[in-house]
Design a protein around this ligand. Structure first.
Ligand code: KG4
Ligand code: ZN
Length: 338
């Protein structure tokens, strides 16, 4: 069954971590998707500094909203509803986007809806197929989360399992730092690994439950490898070994979970779904078992506002609006569990 979309243009805002993002959507059509990244500032510290992130959101939020409206050629007066990430994330960062959404909704006398960041990631696949009902096992793999979710339909999902320790993106970031490849680590490791068809190094994969992951042992193994090899370490092959130690269990367990759940499709979303090796592995495994694969376009893998607008437009069309007193929250509970 295809989704019902909010009949007027929706402004979407995302500021849960280190990207200040705004988008304008007309139903499932993404008219603009603008991002002000703070990566260059956080790179100096090797990670996101929450206090600095919140202050930079304050500077960037109005310009990015104006840029998104301008690029979409939609005026503020034409916006019919606002969707904003209000949970989970860095509280100071979430507050900036949510305050902007609430103020604008008040001034324009239109509804606003607070969206769970992971609900946005889950439905980012609608950018490629707006009619996709959602019947899938979805792997959410980002800097803060790694979980397998059985999605039945919009608002109906169940967590099958998650990481016991580090998230997959966090593992990429930490291993990249150990190997001196830079921040953020996912793209740095992918670039370094390009061309290394084989790796002379083998890194361990954790033995945990079928829908669980564990990546904390990997950074210890990478530290030991770097120490042992010293100046002889071949960075491209070390990067390829790290990439496979993360991507192979992600792909294999997602496909196995989809088969066990008798889902007709697999989705991979979140920042790590931008990883080309993971995309290739998922596609190859899914082809073997006749499963349909949905992946977000590369621009919607890492944090963005368009995905918040896709989920927000569906909720607004259902008449679900947030109340004035609704605030930000660090709660990670997914709305489908309601
Ligand atoms: O979804 P996201 O933008 O933010 C969170 O909600 O956490 O994910 C960011 C994470 C970072 O850890 C980053 O290293 C990882 O996604 N990432 C990648 C790639 N691009 C981003 N990991 C592997 N390969 C990539 N190409
Ligand atoms: Zn995210």
């Amino acid at each position: 069954m295809s989704h019902r979309w909010f009949p007027k243009p929706v402004l979407a805002i995302e500021s849960s971590c280190d990207e200040t993002a705004a988008a304008v959507l007309d139903g499932p059509h993404i008219l603009s998707n603008c991002i002000a990244s703070q990566i260059d500032v956080h790179r100096k510290w090797g990670g996101v500094v929450p206090e600095a992130a919140a202050r930079m959101h304050v500077e960037a939020i109005i310009p990015i909203i104006l840029e998104a409206l301008d690029e979409a050629s939609v005026s503020l007066g034409e916006i019919g509803g606002i969707a904003v990430t209000n949970r989970p994330g860095l509280i100071g960062s979430l507050s900036v986007g949510t305050a902007a959404a609430k103020s604008l909704a008040h001034a324009l006398n239109i509804p606003w809806i607070g969206i769970h960041h992971l609900e946005g990631h889950i439905w980012s696949v609608l950018a490629g197929d707006p009619d996709f009902s959602g019947d899938a096992v979805t792997l959410i793999a980002s800097g803060g989360h790694t979980e397998l979710v059985r999605v039945k339909s919009f608002g109906d999902c169940q967590i099958l399992g998650e990481t016991r320790d580090d998230a997959a993106g966090e593992a990429f970031d930490k291993c990249s730092r150990i190997l001196g490849l830079g921040f953020p680590g996912g793209i740095a490791i992918q670039k370094a690994a390009t061309g290394a068809a084989r790796s002379r190094y083998s890194l361990p994969q954790a033995k945990v439950g079928p829908c669980e992951f564990s990546f904390s042992g990997l950074k210890t193994a990478v530290s030991l490898l770097a120490e042992r090899e010293g100046a002889n370490l071949v960075p491209s092959e070390a990067a390829a070994a790290v990439q496979d130690a993360i991507a192979v269990p992600l792909a294999e367990k997602t496909i196995a979970a989809a088969q066990a759940a008798e889902a007709s499709a697999v989705c991979v979303v979140g920042g790590v779904s931008a990883n080309l090796r993971l995309r290739e592995l998922i596609q190859a495994e899914a082809d073997r078992f006749g499963l349909h694969v949905l992946l977000p376009p590369l621009s919607l893998c890492t944090d963005n506002a368009a995905m918040i607008g896709l989920a927000g437009s569906i909720r607004l069309a259902k008449g679900q609006f947030s109340l004035d007193e609704e605030d930000v929250s660090s709660s990670a509970d997914l709305p489908g569990l309601e």
